[in-house]
Design a protein around this ligand. Structure first.
Ligand SMILES: Nc1nc2c(ncn2[C@@H]2O[C@H](COP(=O)(O)OP(=O)(O)OP(=O)(O)O)[C@@H](O)[C@H]2O)c(=O)[nH]1
Length: 182
């Protein structure tokens, strides 16, 4: 059972991801993985953190206007610091979680060497997965494993409706878990 959420920048993917994760937890499911929220200072985005969904531990994923060789747009990706959290979080999720969430499968995360192999392992694990996927993702290894996924393309027009009808998605995850345990 794979659910992918995609759509244009700023359309509401992370907000929807957060809603699904909290509803899964309300159904007493253990959700592991990572999310990478933006960090703003005085209203201006200065970077992104990466957070372990199980432990809450966090690290900088990328920061604006700092020196560094690994860059995405105006952001420097802090590979060393982010790798530690990402590896720990995804390995723990593989070992302990019922459901694995990743927000997002995007260019910054893909600059982290450990990210892609762990993502592929997760996609092959058979565990229910909820992914926010960058709308320009072209990586064939990853896309090849998403052909059977339930794909939700958020738009400004449908996002309110999609977010109000999460019950069906939650039930599908619960059914997938039940059948994988029987
Ligand atoms: N009115 C309204 N605003 C929303 C909704 N979902 C998200 N927003 C707002 O839209 C802005 C962007 O939301 P995000 O969830 O960060 O959007 P995103 O697609 O993850 O953005 P990127 O990760 O930058 O691509 C935030 O200010 C949200 O509060 C919604 O359903 N309705």
């Amino acid at each position: 059972m794979k659910i992918i959420i995609t759509g244009r920048p700023g359309v509401g993917k992370s907000t929807f991801f957060e809603k699904l994760i909290s509803e899964l937890r309300e159904s007493n499911l253990l959700v592991g993985g990572i999310k990478a929220p933006e960090v703003r200072e005085h209203g201006v985005r200065i970077g992104f953190k990466v957070i372990d969904l199980l432990s809450g531990e966090e690290a900088w994923l990328a920061k604006k206007s700092i020196p560094g060789s690994v860059r995405i747009g105006s952001y420097t990706v802090l590979v060393e610091e982010a790798s530690r959290i990402i590896e720990t979080a995804l390995r723990r999720a593989l070992g302990e979680a019922s459901v694995i969430g990743i927000d997002e499968v995007g260019p910054m995360e893909l600059k982290i060497p450990v990210f892609k192999p762990l993502l592929l392992e997760i996609l092959d694990s058979g565990k229910p997965v909820i992914l926010v996927v960058h709308y320009r993702l072209t990586n064939r290894d990853i896309l090849g494993r998403l052909s059977d996924a339930e794909k939700i393309v958020l738009t400004m027009e449908n996002r309110e409706h999609v977010k109000s009808s999460t019950k069906g998605l939650i039930n599908k995850v619960i059914e997938a878990l039940a059948s994988s345990r029987s």
